[in-house]
Design a protein around this ligand. Structure first.
Ligand code: HPA
Length: 235
């Protein structure tokens, strides 16, 4: 089997892959939701697993934090290992009133302060968007399950701590729903390769109210989101 600097597969990788930031979360998902899970990667402890969900092969692997990390894994998964549906599952900070802790935010589009798009040398500004097909499928499932979702524009920030005092306010003014740190890179990498990607997140904290969740509470909300994300392997 082919190897890359970051992935040395000890088992096959499925066309659909879920990408949580934390590799231990990937292990938890494999152990909790997948049948016959086999570990395929351990390079840099970025654990990856492949199993089946209701009979359909699906992989799950940590992405690390930030656009450079998720994008290099996505690039290798797409170009070397043939992944065609990449789904980031993570947490985000809410930036608008009415987006509450534990709601699920779906990134229809992802703005960024990253220079990642410069590599495409486009004569303008690229707008990274999620797969409409995947967005629609998640929304339908969420409605049926009674899970509150918000679909719209998010910010994939290169900075968790930013020196600009009104950094958040300026993005909030543009209607940005939430902030995380990866999806714009994932979306652009997928678009450039002609494959599908989606970013969906549980709200772990609110930049509007200052509320935050505990690790234990995040686990419950995360479970709810997994039940929306895993069936995407079947469409
Ligand atoms: N900022 C960036 N990424 C995040 C946040 C945040 O406040 N919360 C969860 N992911």
């Amino acid at each position: 089997m082919k190897t890359t600097p970051h992935i040395d597969p000890q088992a096959p990788i499925a066309p659909t892959i879920l990408l949580p930031g934390d590799p231990l979360r990937a292990q938890f998902i494999a152990e909790t939701y997948l049948d016959d899970a086999q570990q395929f990667n351990s390079v840099r402890n970025m654990l990856g697993f492949t199993g089946t969900y209701q009979g359909t092969p699906v992989s799950v692997m940590g992405s690390g934090m930030g656009i450079p990390s998720i994008s290099l894994y996505a690039w290798e998964l797409i170009h070397v290992f043939g992944c065609t549906k990449l789904i980031r599952i993570g947490t985000c900070g809410a930036m608008q009133e009415g987006i509450n802790l534990y709601d699920v935010v779906i990134a229809q589009a992802a703005c960024s302060n990253s220079a990642f798009m410069d590599q495409y040398d486009l004569p303008g500004t690229y707008a990274p968007i999620g797969s409409y097909r995947l967005i629609e499928a998640v929304r339908e499932r969420a409605k049926a399950a009674g899970v509150t979702t918000h679909v719209g524009n998010i910010l994939s920030s290169d900075t968790f701590y930013n020196a600009i005092p009104d950094f958040n306010e300026r993005w909030q003014k543009m209607g940005i729903m939430a902030v995380e740190m990866e999806s714009a890179g994932l979306y652009a990498t997928a678009a450039h390769a002609g494959v599908e990607a989606l970013g969906m997140f549980t709200v772990s904290d609110s930049l509007v109210t200052g509320e935050a969740t505990t690790a234990a509470e995040r686990q419950t909300a995360f479970t709810q989101m997994m039940e929306l994300a895993l069936p995407l392997a079947q469409i």
